[in-house]
Design a protein. Structure first.
Length: 448
């Protein structure tokens, strides 16, 4: 990559922005968007990008008619517009065990059940992933959710644990990833899980296989520039599958741009600094994707490609077929750890299908912050099912105090209910990890 060209290109955009700084409709977003793209791929350092963005803000402040707004712009700075960066710790080895056990729950006049999907020991913490359903005191109050705060556990070594919420799903109450407190030692053989005062404990076997048998990692990748464009394509596909209509790009959660009109600026900047090679097919593929999704005004000057990559086209075909028949919510045991990709470790913890939404729960280690800051440098996650269909993903998550992240990864379009296995593919800048994981649907209580 050519850093001098990257800086010169951003300055050119900044000068154009400053020429229009007095116009109330111009807010500096164009320069900020390109700056974030260039820093995300490593073509520009944060300090240089911040200095140029500050110059744009100062020019806007000096030329704005409102003196109060001038003072605000001159002092606001640009820190919030640049990606969070910090030292990335090495992802630690972990262990995840499929469970698949139904546990009855009663707390006062509220009763129900939990379906344990997996136990994972990641870094030092212990995580139990479960789906809960409860019944209220009468048939007219079926949506009361009992509290996990009464849960406790004792392990085979006599250690006792309390539970705290470490993550939850997006499709409704009762999708829990609970963390054991204190952190458990490695090698637990079982837990006696207590779900309420006076209720008998249920033994949970943790001696099953810890890793999938079919997991591989390959070196070689598209590089940072193409990876960023692939990330954009993924979010466009996921948003389109979730919202079956023409949509603005910001609904896809794109952190380096807020409108589809900004894509041309991003592509041009990456090409100028050689983060994307002139021979790269990805800009043409991205233009073709926008064309197929009827997203106009993207500004990509490269002519659209004749064909899309197979996963992109496969998702669009499913999107054009329309929504599939819905059924009752179901959960599935699917668990395993992928090999690390560029220091980031992904662990699959379970699957929940509500009928029109499928969510795969994951744990992420080796990151520098929460999910919203790093989606442009994280691996792009694809899922291929046992029927040969590809699925886009959209991840959301939250980090704890140690920057360990639990994610609910929406699978779009949703997986079919006859899926026997899934292949999870995590594609980074320079490596790609695969893991084929069996899917074991809950059979005894399909209403969960």
């Amino acid at each position: 990559m050519d850093r001098e060209r990257a800086e010169a290109h951003l300055r050119m955009l900044a000068e154009d922005e400053m020429r229009h700084a007095a116009l109330p409709s111009r807010t500096g977003i164009r320069v900020s968007r390109v700056a974030q793209a260039l820093t995300a791929v490593g073509a520009l350092d944060d300090e240089t990008a911040k200095r140029i963005l500050d110059e744009v803000d100062l020019a806007r402040a000096l030329r704005h008619p409102d003196p109060v707004f001038r003072r605000f712009l001159a002092t606001a700075g640009t820190a919030s517009r640049l990606p969070y960066r910090a030292h990335r710790p090495r992802a630690a080895d972990g262990r995840v065990v499929p469970v698949g056990q139904l546990v009855p729950v009663r707390a006062g006049d509220v009763s129900g059940e939990i379906y344990l999907l997996s136990y994972a020991r990641q870094v030092s913490r212990g995580l139990l992933t479960m789906i809960a359903r409860s019944c209220g005191p009468s048939e007219h109050d079926p949506d009361v959710v009992f509290s996990f705060l009464d849960f406790a556990a004792t392990d085979d070594q006599g250690n006792r644990y309390e539970m705290g919420l470490h993550g939850s799903g997006v499709s409704g109450p009762g999708e829990w990833i609970l963390r054991l407190h204190p952190d458990p030692p490695p090698g637990l053989r079982w837990l006696d899980l207590s779900t309420g005062a006076g209720e008998p404990a249920t033994r949970v076997d943790l001696s099953g296989p810890a890793h999938p048998a079919d997991a591989t990692v390959s070196t070689g990748g598209p590089g940072p520039g193409e990876h960023l464009l692939n990330s954009i394509a993924m979010r466009l596909l996921a948003a389109t599958a979730a919202c079956p209509r023409q949509i603005p790009l910001y609904l896809a959660g794109l952190t380096v741009g807020q409108t589809v009109e900004g894509l041309g600026d991003i592509v041009a900047a990456l090409q100028v600094c050689e983060a994307v090679a002139p021979s790269s097919p990805v800009p043409a593929q991205l233009a073709a994707l926008c064309q197929q999704l009827e997203l106009s005004g993207h500004g990509i000057t490269t002519p659209p490609a004749d064909r899309l990559p197979e996963p992109w086209q496969n998702v669009i075909v499913q999107f054009m077929r329309g929504p599939q028949a819905h059924g009752p919510a179901r959960s599935a045991v699917v668990a395993g750890a992928l090999p690390e990709v560029e220091g980031i470790g992904l662990t699959v913890l379970g699957l929940h299908h509500t009928g029109d939404l499928a969510v795969v729960f994951m744990h992420v280690s080796g990151t520098t912050g929460d999910a919203s800051f790093e989606l442009n440098t994280w691996p792009v996650i694809w899922i291929r099912d046992s029927g040969g269909w590809w699925h886009a993903t959209r991840a959301g998550g939250s980090a704890d105090e140690d920057r360990e992240i639990t994610m609910d990864v929406q699978v779009m379009p949703p997986l079919g209910r006859d899926t026997d296995w899934i292949e999870v593919i995590a594609s980074g800048r320079s490596a790609q990890a695969h893991a084929i994981l069996p899917v074991r649907w809950q059979a005894s209580r399909p209403a969960i």
